[in-house]
Design a binder for this molecule. Sequence first.
Ligand code: UD1
Ligand code: CA
Length: 439
Amino acid sequence: MSKAGTVVILAAGQGTRMKSALPKVLHEICGKPMIAWVIDQALSLDPERIVVVVGHGAEQVRQRVEEGPGSDRITCVVQEPQNGTGHALQVAAPLVADEDGVIVVLYGDMPVLGPWSLQGLLAARDSAGETGMAMLTAYPESAHGFGRIDRNDDGSFKAIVEHKDASPEQLELGEINLGVYVFPAGQLLAALPRLSSDNAQGEYYLTDVPQMLAESGAEVATVVLEDLDEAIGVNNIAQLAEARWALQVRILEEHMENGVSIEDPASAYIDADVVIGQGTRILPCTVIRAGVRIGDRCEVGPFTHLRKGTVLEDRSEVGNFTESKNSQIGSGTKAKHLSYLGDAVLGAGVNVGAGTIFANYDGIHKHTTHVGDGAFIGSGTTIVGPNEIGARATTGANSVITSTSSVGEDEVWAGVPARRFEGSASVAQRKISHEESKS
Ligand code: UD1
Ligand code: CA
């Protein structure tokens, strides 16, 4: 299959209907901005270069794009003013170095489109001969607002007619243009200077190019997108939610295929870029943000919020109104009730009692607390960071471990502020005697 030399992403539009100061393509979906989903689509084709046409909020969009994946191949080009999709390609054209190969056009506001559909489109282009192009179409419930596909009597492609330019008969056509195309580079570059703005919107329409190619005798192949979710174009907040839902389902399905059990997919919110090991159970009403790493055979939830920087090692359990941020939970460690784990590094086999708070923030800085293997943190303990709790140490219920205390291995501390109880057996020591008495 021919390689995509250049992918052009159109993202200059204003997105007025979002009613937001944030540029439309920077709205987040499952932990990353909409434009990043589209860049992933582009990267799935392994192109030589990606040109992002920016306009409204150009600087902000450029910044996000340049700090994300694939940035070494991406160039942003500013389209100002925005005189239509054809004009956007005219602005991008000087960056398309070679006339061989193909140019793929994507929209910055179609985050759900699957890489597999683009593969299908590239294959269709390849079957359309040297001068042929391919485009995605669909039959939505309502074609309102979209460009319609007009065909000749023999069924071959004739033209795309924009809604505002369409005759009453053309408005009845049910097949729409999705705006995703694969052009032979030479054909597109030759056609762009010939576009005219003589139409209802006074814009340069990219949609005139397929008609120009068809009239020159080239084949215009159309591929019907069957899964209409992939066609979701985000123009307002409700469509943003629709796209989010479609992508969320895709993420959950991938985890389930990998052997993660998700008890209630309808209430599991898992961002992109989350790793979850085999045999882990995700219980209802759980939010897991981008960057979280979870090992094998863990249990998360119900009602749990795992934020950025959280790592759960194998067989650890975090649940029931527990929040974790930038924390490491050692293997077999449990924090199962009403806790806040902020900047906490917990060893293996730690028991974090109900209502434990890692008070990591002094109002200015965040501080890290380390807890050694096998420690027992009593219910309601507040540990003020920075702090060190030794291995197998015990803290009493409702104790406040201030940052000036240093809880050594096997020690027992309790009270407000906590002090050391010399001669008291830690929970770890009592467990050993208990086991011994049984044998
Ligand atoms: C376009 C198509 C229409 C298709 C529809 C599918 C044209 C003329 N029409 O219409 O046939 O059914 O998409 O959604 O192409 N953009 C720029 N610069 C511009 C104008 C637009 O970068 O000057 C970008 C927008 O940010 C957006 C995309 O191009 O990502 C589509 O623009 P939009 O104005 O939404 O096109 P439609 O009128 O919906
Ligand atoms: Ca649109």
